[in-house]
Ligand binder design. Structure first.
Ligand SMILES: NC(=O)c1ccc[n+]([C@@H]2O[C@H](COP(=O)([O-])OP(=O)(O)OC[C@H]3O[C@@H](n4cnc5c(N)ncnc54)[C@H](O)[C@@H]3O)[C@@H](O)[C@H]2O)c1
Length: 248
């Protein structure tokens, strides 16, 4: 068991990539906390995992929710070993039509949410003097631009620097911080796009490995980064994209 008795918080763990990470970590012996704004989804996964897991309703953009989450996890398990900052939202809007409200909401959840969770969890890890792991889920669009997603892509670019800065600052506390940059993954977030047969075919063709990624592809890397197998890796940004980011 690679994560025996480790306590892992997975934000946005109720669906898609977060769900796959929660299930994979639990299968490796972790006690998993599924922190999602959608409590029903979090409960469903928690029930699937069984006794050693916990479902919490958390909006990662709310400092109060995040503080409650950390307090509850500390009361229940007494420690936090792993945090996966996976919760994220995406909308599409031409740059000139993007409202401040929409810009802010996406930045608040994707970037500020990760800041709030990482800070609150790192404080506990430091207090307990336990080695810790933080994994941030960015995107290949944190470094590859496209149209109509400036708010989302700017938030994902921010996560890459947040990863590197926190990796540097927290290294002395034996807390490793790494970042995963997925390409196109088949999740509820992409349901509308990928349910169209023609679009799906076109997307597949664009990927050098000629397949759309599965949430489990991301979970495999998350497990490696959470485990001792990666004990000398910090501040890294690793794509899981079938080679998509290699293309011009
Ligand atoms: N699917 C992809 O192709 C892809 C590609 C690159 C990056 N990503 C990133 O991976 C992460 C997971 O994406 P996904 O495709 O599984 O998405 P998803 O929409 O399928 O699932 C996201 C989960 O996050 C939860 N969530 C949303 N807002 C939240 C909030 N404020 N607080 C707590 N939980 C919240 C949702 O309820 C949901 O359970 C996101 O950060 C996303 O940006 C996804």
């Amino acid at each position: 068991m690679k994560l025996d008795k480790k306590v892992a918080i997975i934000t946005g763990g109720g669906k898609g990539i977060g769900r796959a990470i929660a299930l994979r970590f639990a299968s490796e012996g972790a006690r998993v906390v599924i922190a999602d704004i959608d409590y029903d989804s979090a409960m469903k996964i928690s029930k699937e995992i069984g006794g050693s897991s916990l479902a919490l309703k958390v909006d990662v953009s709310s400092k109060k929710d995040v503080e409650n989450m950390v307090r509850t996890v500390m009361e229940r398990f007494g420690r936090i070993d792993i945090l996966v900052n996976n919760a994220g939202i995406q909308t599409e809007k031409p740059f000139v039509d993007l409202s401040v409200k929409e810009w802010k909401r996406v930045l608040d959840v994707n970037l500020t949410g990760t800041f709030l969770c990482s800070q609150a969890v790192a404080k506990e890890m430091i207090k307990k003097k336990n080695e810790g792991v933080i994994i941030n889920i960015s995107s290949i669009h944190g470094y590859i631009p496209r149209i109509k997603k400036v708010h989302y892509d700017a938030s994902k670019a921010g996560l890459i620097m947040l990863t590197k800065e926190t990796a540097l600052e927290l290294a002395k506390h034996k807390i490793r911080v790494n970042c995963i940059a997925p390409g196109i993954i088949d999740t509820p977030m992409n349901q509308e796009l990928l349910s169209d047969v023609e679009t799906r075919k076109k997307m597949k063709q664009r990927v050098p490995l000629k397949k759309i990624g599965e949430p489990e592809d991301v979970a495999s890397l998350a497990l490696f980064l959470a485990s001792n197998e990666s004990s000398y890796i910090t501040g890294a940004v690793v794509p899981v994209d079938g080679g998509l980011s290699l293309k011009p």
